[in-house]
Design a protein around this ligand. Sequence first.
Ligand code: SF4
Length: 349
Amino acid sequence: MMLPHLFGMLPEDLAAHLRADGVAVRDAESRRILAHAIAHGREGHPVSRPVPRAVEAAVDKLVDRSRLEIVERATDSSDGFVKYLFRLRDGRLVEAVRIPLEVPGRFTVCISSQAGCAMGCDFCATGRLGLERSLDAYEMVAQFIAVRDEAPGVVTGVVFQGEGEPLHNYAEVMQAAAILAHPCGGRIAAKAITISTVGLVPAILRYARERRPYRLIVSLTSAVDQRRRTLLPSASAWPVHELADAVRVYQKAVGGRVTVAWVVLGGINTGRDEVDALRELFDGVPLRLNLIDVNDARVGGFARASAEELSSFRDELRTLGIPVVRRYSGGAAKHAACGMLAGGSQQQS
Ligand code: SF4
């Protein structure tokens, strides 16, 4: 039987797990154990007050503390993105990406929430895999720890934007995010943790109701219902106006601008009909639009928009008063960019 993993626990979870086995552990001790294992990293930290030996021995016996096996690292020398391939305890492979930020020595880690993905987006290599399984919280936290401890710098953010649809694995992703934000865990500011969703309406409403403190990005890519159903088949379950209503509810709950991601598909989703649909759907909802170039022409045969097409789309969007940012999605040379993660299957291609 597999032991529960320390990287998937908050201090109260560890204390409850040990106490259930008759171990007398204090709250402060469970916090110190987690801080030593997660917050302080591979180098550890001088332990000012070690936990009692009996508690340490119980942790050894009752909890798994192993790290993920790194099968491969691939650095894109053009932009410094590093893609990691990990082997999970059951042998499945998943990927994460270390993303250098503009400030030298600072990084964001992009982690996978599932092995493969059930959503089947037309422009995404992960979608071609189908869903193998959802990851446990510890497997997401373990990706972060492995990448952070290899980085000669500081990890200041995490994005759930690797393989998988995070809100399709809601409870485990929320547990992982809570551990990443915890002072004994990843110590990442909650606002620097980003969860990206393709738009699962009931999950967005739940997220809004629960007032989760992390940033939510909704990947819209088309505001024209029929086109969106084709490009993002999972969206067929909810017409785009229901998604817009859910975004409105979320915005009211948390305030500020909601970030909407838009994978730009040349000749397909940059026309006037998209701008008109956006205007109608999101009237009165403060948005920010992130434009992301489609990355892999081999998936779905999509092409990038020309400079003229992109610039006229941006001009049209600006008439709506929506701030538009063109997001760089790097690591393409190593299949590390958005839409290119495929659990190592591309290495053979
Ligand atoms: S874009 Fe995201 S949600 Fe869509 S198939 Fe790829 S990983 Fe899944």
